[in-house]
Design a protein around this ligand. Sequence first.
Ligand code: FAD
Length: 435
Amino acid sequence: MPDGGLQLDVTVMGAGLAGMAASIHLAREGFHVICAGPDVRNRQAVGESLDWSAPDLLHALGLSMEKLIADGIATYKRHVTLKLADGFTQHYVPSEWLGQSPFNVELRTLHVDRSLLNEAIYQIALNHDVQFLHERVANIDRDGARVVAVHMADGTRISSPWFIDASGAGASLLPKTFNLPFDEYGPHKTAMWSYFTVSDAIEGTTLYTQERKPPYMEWIWEIPIHPDVISVGYVATGDSVKTMRQQGLSVEEIFRAQLSRNPRFAALLESCEPAPPHVTSFRCRVHSKIAGPNWLVMGEAASMVDPMTSNGVTAALRHAVEGASLIVQSRKLRQIPALKRFLYSVRVASLARFFNSGIEKVLYDWPIRNRIGIGNAGDVYTVPAWSMNAIYARLRPRGVISTMLFGCALSFLLAIASILHVCCRQEDAVFEAQA
Ligand SMILES: Cc1cc2nc3c(=O)[nH]c(=O)nc-3n(C[C@H](O)[C@H](O)[C@H](O)COP(=O)(O)OP(=O)(O)OC[C@H]3O[C@@H](n4cnc5c(N)ncnc54)[C@H](O)[C@@H]3O)c2cc1C
């Protein structure tokens, strides 16, 4: 190590999905990359039900669908099913037209065992000579709008011409350093999850909700990460979990109580004992201006999308591809041109706003869901969300016109959802007044 600490071409803060993927893309282009952050293999990762755009992004890392299935890292996901306690069931399947020319979208996607996937990506990064430093970034040195160096918790100083922040939603290192503006969506939420052995896993993700018309939706996911293992998680508002905790219930008791309300999980709880649940709290947030002259923010550090959208993994891998390519293109200039920074920020933020605002207005909140029914609300969310994601993957907007046109299309769809939300809320107030 030189006296001044480590010197490389790119410093990536955070060794999660976005950080490792960006490191691989850059290492392939000949950059010397250090990926600095706690060892992802010691972490209980979540993010197991993938959007339809994720398989191509994994393929670009060297992990084809076939390989992931053959290696036991993934199972096929062909649809999403919504189930209510009263027996109501609705399937959401990607439209056939997405599979046809010019989109040619693969109509299957994947569920993944995130521990195995993280390990596989870590090995690919090692094979590309990505250097790992399993320490936390403690401090960041900046000179105006540029990042100069980072200091790790063990005292190591790392300097490089380029920096990537992929430190996740909890840390968001560069947004905090540069005090970047952000918007938040929905209330604080808590998720708790564990794993069950089953004999009847299906090739689809199932979402369960207990009531047809709750004021704010709580839900349970069932994701088959192996043919005989399902991940089961309960998501509720932080306030709702806090109330149950104040009544003296432990996280494990809350998890069991919520699952027991559903006959499928009540039976599973009787037949097998799951490990104590993991728990995490989050609030969906979207930062703006996430690129500087020699730095970029990626993955959840840039924008956290709600788990119900199944879009977090796609977003992390997509940011990694786009961000790495910006650095490659700007290599000789030694800084990312202002327009390219702006367009990257617009693309990342507009997609994340679209997913977060859409799912809050159409499914979590009551007005649209109660007015048109939860099954139809599911269509109102999934058809535009899945289509826009597939169109984005196919068209790959990068220039001014394509980025702006795509942003306008997303804003237009969001405006429709907002108008629908307001109208349904007002209509409901009129009905209540008449009653
Ligand atoms: C409950 C829940 C369910 C989800 N379900 C899905 C799903 O079904 N499908 C889906 O696509 N997505 C899902 N997601 C989202 C998905 O898990 C994430 O979007 C994705 O893993 C984000 O990857 P990332 O690399 O951006 O962040 P992370 O995976 O959070 O990685 C960030 C890394 O940075 C490290 N770090 C933190 N602080 C520092 C520091 N100071 N210095 C250095 N490193 C640091 C962390 O240790 C971590 O390894 C879910 C999320 C939640 C919360």
